[in-house]
Design a protein around this ligand. Structure first.
Ligand code: NOJ
Length: 550
């Protein structure tokens, strides 16, 4: 057991949080899958990078249908990642390095292998065991049609039929994601009590907070109405609060109860909501007083590389969040979206101008780190790693690939194991298979392309012009400068301008050039950091600069 820092200061209001996709971060035992030993060995790297905390994707025991977002036991660690004792030790060691730890909480659904779901199947219709889930008879003369027309996020219907007590076809259960991820019914008291207990279980073990998976999806309309637009999974097509499973007002009560639990612990324990909602106004509800403290700003992540879109995503969201006293939480990458260099460098024909994309992603990092609030960095983002677009079909593991009938390739391209060294059979992700033939030396669970060598940590660490060096520099400055982190932002550019120019405090400015030509810089005392070398004192296209002002 370990206690987090006792300090009650709301550290999460301007923290830099590094997202560890544990499966792909570092493989300590050579089985091809990242693990807690691999992560523990790299805590020094993360502390040196200058981050304040780690968000760790689901580390619980799981059949790994959706890489851990299908939890079979919320109080046990996935054996491929380690043991509960390893997790406790990791939390303690991270704290020794000054890093807070935020695991993922997956409350919308659990795994079909979870004891509760197995009990529900065994107990049959009408049982209290089934009441923890959303089981319903089918429609049609023989119940052969699903109870609603809802679609699952990964493709196909959101319902799967189970066997009836007589061995024939029986009821259907709801799964907004894969059939291996049955949704629980949040109107059920046992469900509420169980998750409150899970939250306490991990707070007792010293975690500093939770990232809340599918925070917008827990509450369902008990009437289970059909959707006029079955493809609308986030509530964009209906008046606010009326979608049967997206962003319903009732979810907030759940978060109020968790917040009370968090506030009962020493130190400042926090939550960050993954809430895909139709508007920033709705997002603000999740972080209103007494609820979750932070929520990812996905409008910023989704904004194209255009000044007006970025500025609007910055202004509108911060406006609503500040209105309820919450900080902004910036994010540009995670394990569900195409990596920034590939997003920003995508040509109309689908191919990627990697050099352009990397330039823009570096500029975006400086932009994000200069904004008021907290920010997240997804593993590999510090290296400027592009998406792996050409994984072979038979390597794909994202359930989206199968569930969409091989029409959607899914998210594996941003989940390829990290390159730590330019050499070695797995670019240093695992022990070199040559050295550790005795351990089996399995290849990484997703194949790494040859070009990963260019982005390896050991290459970038020694390169003054690398993205790793740029981010380290930015995070060092961010810690040192009072103007950064929380506080006011003042625009110096006008809304239609092709460059974004803003001041933080009296002495700091950030300029991002989103135009096709170099722009001159405002009067300044010193260039603190630049994402691409200045061209005769001017900022080239797709570059950003931090300036100390006179
Ligand atoms: C959001 C997670 O980020 C994603 O990876 C997962 O597939 C779904 N929620 C379902 O848990």
């Amino acid at each position: 057991m370990t206690t987090p820092p006792e300090d009650d200061a709301p550290w999460w209001r301007d923290a830099v949080i590094y997202q560890v996709y544990i499966r792909s971060f570092a493989d300590g035992d050579g089985d091809g899958v990242g693990d807690l030993t691999g992560l523990a060995d790299r805590l020094g790297y993360l502390a040196d990078l200058g981050v304040d905390a780690l968000w760790i994707n689901p580390w619980y025991a799981s059949p790994q249908v959706d890489n851990g977002y299908d939890v079979a036991d919320y109080r046990a660690i996935e054996p491929a990642y380690g043991t509960l004792a390893d997790a406790e030790q990791l939390i303690a060691r991270a704290h020794e390095h000054g890093l807070r730890v935020i695991p993922d909480l997956v409350p919308n659904h659990l795994s079909a292998a979870h004891a509760w779901f197995r009990a529900a199947l065994a107990a049959g219709p009408g049982s209290p065991e089934r009441a923890r889930f959303v089981f319903r008879p089918g429609r049609g003369p023989h119940g052969e049609e699903p109870p609603t027309n809802w679609r699952a996020h990964f493709g196909g219907p959101a319902w799967t039929r189970v066997e009836g007590p007589d061995g024939g076809p029986g009821e259907w259960y709801l799964h907004l994601f894969d059939p291996g991820q049955p949704d629980v019914d949040w109107r059920n008291d046992e469900v509420r009590a169980e998750f409150e207990d899970v939250v306490r279980f991990w707070f007792d073990r010293g975690v500093d907070g939770f990232r809340v998976d599918v925070a917008h999806g827990l509450a369902k309309d008990p009437a289970l109405p059909d959707l006029a637009d079955p493809a609308d999974l986030t509530g964009a097509s209906l008046p606010v609060g009326e979608h049967p499973f997206a962003d319903r007002d009732e979810v907030q009560e759940i978060y109020e109860s968790w917040r009370r639990i968090a506030d009962g612990y020493p130190g400042a324990r926090m939550f960050v909501a993954e809430a895909w909602v139709p508007s920033p106004e709705r997002l603000a509800r999740y972080v209103s007083p007494g609820r979750l403290q932070t929520a990812f700003n996905f409008d910023f992540l989704l904004a194209p590389w255009e000044p007006a879109a970025l500025r609007e995503a910055i202004d509108v969201t911060t406006g609503y969040l500040h209105g309820v006293g919450a900080p902004a939480t910036w994010v540009l990458e995670n394990h569900d979206v195409v990596r920034a260099p590939s997003r920003y460098g995508r040509r109309p024909d689908g191919s990627v101008d990697v050099a352009l994309g990397v330039r823009r992603a570096r500029a975006a990092l400086l932009l994000m780190a200069a904004l008021p609030g907290g920010m997240y960095v997804y593993q590999g983002q510090e290296l400027g790693l592009p998406q792996v677009d050409d994984l072979p079909d038979d390597a794909l593991r994202d359930p989206t690939w199968e569930r969409s009938g091989h029409t959607e390739r899914g998210r594996d391209g941003c989940r390829v194991p990290l390159p730590w060294t330019a050499r070695g059979s797995s670019f240093g992700f695992g022990p070199d298979s040559g050295e550790h033939a005795d351990r089996g030396g399995s290849p990484p669970w997703l194949p790494q392309p040859e070009w990963f060598a260019e982005y390896a940590v050991d290459v970038e660490a020694d390169d003054a012009g690398s993205t790793l060096t740029l981010l380290r520099g930015a995070l060092t400055r961010r810690r040192a400068l009072d103007a950064l982190g929380e506080g006011p932002l003042t625009w110096e550019s006008a809304p239609g301008d092709p460059a974004l120019v803003f001041r933080r405090g009296p002495g700091f400015a950030c300029v991002v050039n989103l135009s096709g030509t170099a722009v001159g810089l405002p009067a300044h005392e010193e260039v603190l950091l630049v994402s691409d070398p200045l061209d005769d004192g001017a900022l080239p296209p797709d570059a950003a600069v931090w300036l100390a002002l006179r």
